[in-house]
Design a protein around this ligand. Sequence first.
Ligand code: ATP
Ligand code: MG
Length: 229
Amino acid sequence: PSWPEKGQIEFRDAEVRYRPDMDPSLMDFNATLESCEKIGIVGRTGAGKSTIGVALFRMVNLSKGRILIDGIDIGKIGLYELRSKLAVIPQDPFIFSGTIRANIDPFHERSDSQIWDALEKVQLKSVVSSMPFGLSTEMQQGGELSVGQRQLLCLCRALLRNSKIVLMDEATASLDYETDAIIKKTIKDNFSNSTVLTIAHRLDTIYDSNRILVVDKGRLAEFDTPTAL
Ligand code: ATP
Ligand code: MG
């Protein structure tokens, strides 16, 4: 059985500073997210929500504390292994050059039909099939994708990877309800056995979460069920 089996995440006194001369963007952060839990993350702009994801993916190292996944300190896992085990749908996803296919399945691990199935689940099948070369379309050529469509493409990648941990950072720039609804439904239908963190800008996205984590000025302000909050 490969790590992580459960997808439990523990933040222990985690602290993030983007630069040594800056105040921490996340501090004294303690929380345990249980296996398969659906967690909503809320807080004002600049509170540190995205930083939680940044720390989880080790795009910045902790200045204090630890993050454990299934009891293993992620600081001790190779970056490549860590990132290959987690799925992230960023706030404003960057699509690298190369084909649609390479963006969805960078390591050529899936068949075309698996990719089309996943594209159908995120409702991008018709978009991609109408591109000049389908899955082989170079992103520069056919690929003027909106933020929402880029998020769906990331979600498609997450589906194929079948990650135990999924982090979804809702887009702020474009309040695209249709994309949001597709993302919500896809996650609900396909990631019941994964731990899912959803950073939300609208409350309707997260009211059916198991627990809601409120971040305020880099600190965990509350962590409880929606009804208790
Ligand atoms: P939003 O709702 O606007 O997405 P957020 O809660 O996700 O906000 P973060 O992006 O986590 O907020 O930012 C937390 C703090 O860290 C802010 O003060 C922000 O300016 C700072 N910060 C974020 N990313 C960086 C970075 N790469 N370098 C320096 N400072 C950063
Ligand atoms: Mg953010």
